[in-house]
Design a protein around this ligand. Structure first.
Ligand code: LLP
Length: 415
């Protein structure tokens, strides 16, 4: 477990605050983040990169709460965005648009305009159709768009198929064999300026070798481009570093960065990374309370107040999240299916967990800082959870729990 989460006198704490106090104050389900832990993971990236010109562009999709964006902005972060909405969040949180890279396979014209207007650092272009459209939009608004091609290096990231992005059958990136032609085309387009080259091969990678295989392919392209007189200001190696949810052994941030740097060798371009999960995943937990225990004929169920709308990863990827009790209580140990109140069998938080719990026990679902709240929904008209940031002994509510009336406030009855 993350060292900022620990038991003191048999009571689970985030930094110096008992989770029972957080639940009593803000109710459950509730996401809780540790500021010290977020700082810590940021520092691991930034110190590993200190001897090289670099920009760490936090992947906003992992957790887009303004407090988290603001914390990273203050630490000097850039941001990797995939929508106009994420750009607006970054700006609202005090982020610097000139440190924003705009990724994604389906940027709309209006999103391109927004990003040009904000003067983002770079558009990570993923297809020739997008390249042509970007040139047209830039011409319309009288600007020159900075461009980096996101190339698909056709490397197996060895991760869950839904989050593997660097294989040629995936929808992402410019095909490796077409990249040079596309750069040449970009040179002909007057409202584009080539500044970079990059890739992103997938998420929750637990080995270094696929990253290195991708770097090697990217470097080959970079030298062909150089021979063709196309010079790059940066190389963007994406995000993707995994964390330990159960028994995975991903490389430490420092080792991952060291491996990338060594693979980059003598190349002097600025290095951009787009980490999401590795920056925030371990720093958050989801607090949830047991509503009912139900002993079935074959299985025991712990029905909790968090559901797949709050944390979608188990339902979507069959993902494992460790579940702890907030305190040691006197109950019988039992094996439970930890499930939510939503009307789907896929609504589970954890299968077959040995827990010592009773009705009303408070549970902490770990490693929920990344792709937890940001993937939440209002399914079953469930208001989204509150979010809380702990900083030492201080408790900050960084997002209020939604109210039910907010959920349908934009809806209209028929005349
Ligand atoms: N850059 C690009 C272009 C991306 O598409 C992503 C993630 C990242 C960076 C950040 O990747 P990270 O460092 O977080 O692995 N919802 C899934 C993960 C989807 C990742 C999508 N792209 C999950 O819950 O596991």
């Amino acid at each position: 477990m993350n060292k900022y989460f620990r038991y003191v006198d048999d009571l689970l704490h985030v930094e110096q605050v008992p989770v029972t106090e957080i639940a009593a104050k803000f109710g459950t389900p509730c996401y809780v983040y540790s500021r010290a832990s977020l700082n810590d993971s940021w520092n691991q990236f930034s110190s590993a990169l200190q001897n090289r010109e670099h920009l760490i562009c936090y992947a906003v999709k992992a957790n887009s709460n303004l407090a988290i964006l603001n914390l990273f902005a203050r630490l000097g972060a850039g941001f990797d965005i995939v929508s106009g909405g994420e750009l607006q969040r970054v700006l609202a949180a005090g982020g610097d648009a000139r440190k924003v890279v705009f990724s994604g396979v389906g940027k709309s014209s209006s999103e391109m305009r927004m990003a040009l207007d904000a003067n983002v650092l770079c558009f990570n272009v993923e297809s020739s159709a997008e390249l042509e459209r970007l040139n047209e939009i830039a011409r319309d608004v009288g600007k020159v768009a900075p461009v980096s091609m996101r190339v698909n290096p056709d490397v197996d990231a060895k991760t869950h198929p839904y989050i593997s992005t660097g294989l040629k059958q995936n929808k992402f990136g410019v095909a490796y064999g077409e990249a040079i032609e596309l750069y040449k085309r970009a040179c002909e387009l007057e409202n584009l300026r080539i500044i970079g080259l990059g890739c992103h091969i997938g998420s929750q990678l637990t080995q270094v070798s696929p990253f290195i295989a991708a770097v090697e392919k990217i470097l080959k392209l970079a030298s062909v481009l150089e021979d063709d007189g196309i010079n790059l200001e940066h190389i963007d190696l994406g995000g993707g570093l995994g964390i330990c949810y159960k028994d995975e052994t991903p490389p430490a941030i420092a080792d991952y960065v060291a491996a990338l740097l060594s693979a980059l060798g003598e190349r002097s371009e600025r290095l951009i990374l787009e980490p999401g999960r590795a920056l925030v995943g371990d720093s958050g937990m989801l607090l949830t309370r047991v509503e009912y225990l139900k002993c079935g004929e074959e299985k025991n169920f712990a029905i909790v107040d968090a559901a797949m709308n709050d944390l979608m990863r188990p339902a979507l990827y069959d993902a494992y999240h460790e579940i702890l009790t907030a305190s040691h209580e006197k109950h019988v140990r039992n094996c439970y299916e930890v499930v939510g109140p939503i009307c789907e069998t896929g609504d589970f938080i954890g299968h077959a967990r040995e827990l010592i719990i009773g009705p009303h026990s408070l549970l902490a679902v770990l490693s929920a800082g990344a792709y937890g709240m940001s993937m939440s929904s209002n399914y079953n008209t469930r208001p989204r959870a509150a979010e809380v940031m702990i900083d030492g002994d201080a408790i900050h509510l960084v997002r209020e729990r939604e109210t039910i009336s907010q959920l349908y406030s934009g809806e209209k009855l028929l005349d």
